[in-house]
Design a protein around this ligand. Structure first.
Ligand SMILES: NC(=O)c1ccc[n+]([C@@H]2O[C@H](COP(=O)([O-])OP(=O)(O)OC[C@H]3O[C@@H](n4cnc5c(N)ncnc54)[C@H](OP(=O)(O)O)[C@@H]3O)[C@@H](O)[C@H]2O)c1
Length: 324
């Protein structure tokens, strides 16, 4: 089978498309023929050796996929050959087939196509866990989402609305803000043009936002923390801007604000039941048409390099999907 392989750490151009043996389902495992695999921002880091997970070489990028169960090993139950499923592997899905613990596969409702299903798990899983479990976002509160047209950002916009919040989409262009507003945001801030703190103050009548969701980091983080109301929550999602923010803690103390870490990948390993319950809710919402799981573009496996370059250049709205 064909696989996109990282055989040496580096940039997208260092990846290779190679033939490798098909996987065999071991005890408790299912082999899935991948119909769509999703790329995330962190795939640009993992292939460079700059992510918290450093797989042994060679490995395939792509943390998540959707496909069809092709084979089942001994000791599996609840699945049959031909079932439509989605799965999360952390890395390793940019290839034609994967073998994975069968109990980690989730059956797909017929109404969700493979392309949308492939990109559902990481971004919506992260956003829902962040807003509900970590941020305690309540109906009627105001939520500011940074990087609002990107993967985790757009997911937070959509889930924030479903949870009854007023959502302010913050992004680097008017086109990105318009896109986030088409996905439910109530209004937007172009932080390439306007000071984030001033704009959030203006939009909230000087009051501030209850929750700030930040997958970008860098220079925007301090402005986001300083825009929070009394008892406001700043959710640390990621550092797409590259710079890990250093914050003066007096802004935290003076307004009794919370700085809340969110590590979805570690949480799902620690609390698998809670994760499964969140995923079931997300799948219901998706099947009801309440989540877009927006696909920016579908790239053939041999164009994975282009997909990763588009993500790194901030060109992707929603998700980049690979199709073997
Ligand atoms: N905490 C967790 O559990 C968790 C889970 C998943 C992902 N993450 C992290 O969240 C971050 C965002 O992931 P994502 O999938 O949402 O990424 P994405 O789809 O690429 O979106 C990231 C957004 O960040 C903004 N950005 C600002 N500076 C950038 C730069 N130099 N390069 C790229 N983007 C830049 C862009 O929006 P503008 O152009 O509008 O600024 C872009 O849309 C990553 O650091 C990822 O590792 C964390």
């Amino acid at each position: 089978m064909k696989a996109v392989l990282c055989t040496r750490l580096g940039g997208p151009d260092d990846l290779e498309l190679l033939d490798i043996p098909d996987p065999v389902a071991g005890p408790g495992e299912g082999v899935v023929k991948i119909k769509a695999a999703a790329l995330n921002f962190f795939d640009t880091l993992i292939i460079a050796g700059k992510y918290q997970i450093r797989p042994q070489l060679p490995f395939s990028p792509s943390a998540e996929f959707a496909g069809i169960v092709e084979g089942l090993g001994p000791g599996t139950s609840g699945l049959e050959q031909g079932d439509r499923v989605m799965g999360y592997v952390g890395y390793g899905a940019a290839r034609e087939r994967v073998a994975i613990a069968a109990n980690a596969l989730v059956k797909l409702p017929d109404s969700i196509d493979f392309d949308r299903a492939a990109g559902l798990c990481v971004i919506y899983g992260t956003a829902y866990h962040a807003l509900k479990d970590r941020g305690r976002l309540a109906a009627g509160e105001t939520l500011a989402v940074l990087g609002a047209s990107g993967g985790t950002g757009l997911a937070a916009v959509e889930i924030g609305k479903l949870m009854g919040a007023r959502v302010i989409a913050c992004a680097s262009s008017d086109e990105k803000i318009k896109f986030a507003c088409q996905h439910g945001a109530d209004e937007g801030v172009n932080y390439a043009r306007e000071d984030l703190r001033e704009a959030l103050k203006r939009l909230t009548g000087g009051h501030g936002v209850d929750v700030a969701y930040d997958p970008v980091g860098g220079r925007l983080a301090e402005a986001a923390v300083r825009s929070l109301v009394w008892l406001g929550r700043y959710l640390v999602i990621g550092f797409a801007a590259g710079e890990i923010p250093q914050l003066p803690l007096n802004f935290v103390l003076l307004q009794s604000r919370d700085i809340v870490g969110v590590h979805w990948g570690a949480w799902i390993a620690r609390e698998p039941q809670a994760h499964r319950a969140n995923m079931m809710q997300l799948l219901r919402w998706c099947a009801e048409g309440k989540l877009s799981s927006h696909v920016h573009a579908v790239y053939p496996l041999d164009k994975a390099v282009d997909a990763l370059k588009d993500i790194a250049a901030r060109r992707v709205l929603g998700k980049a999907i690979l199709k073997p």
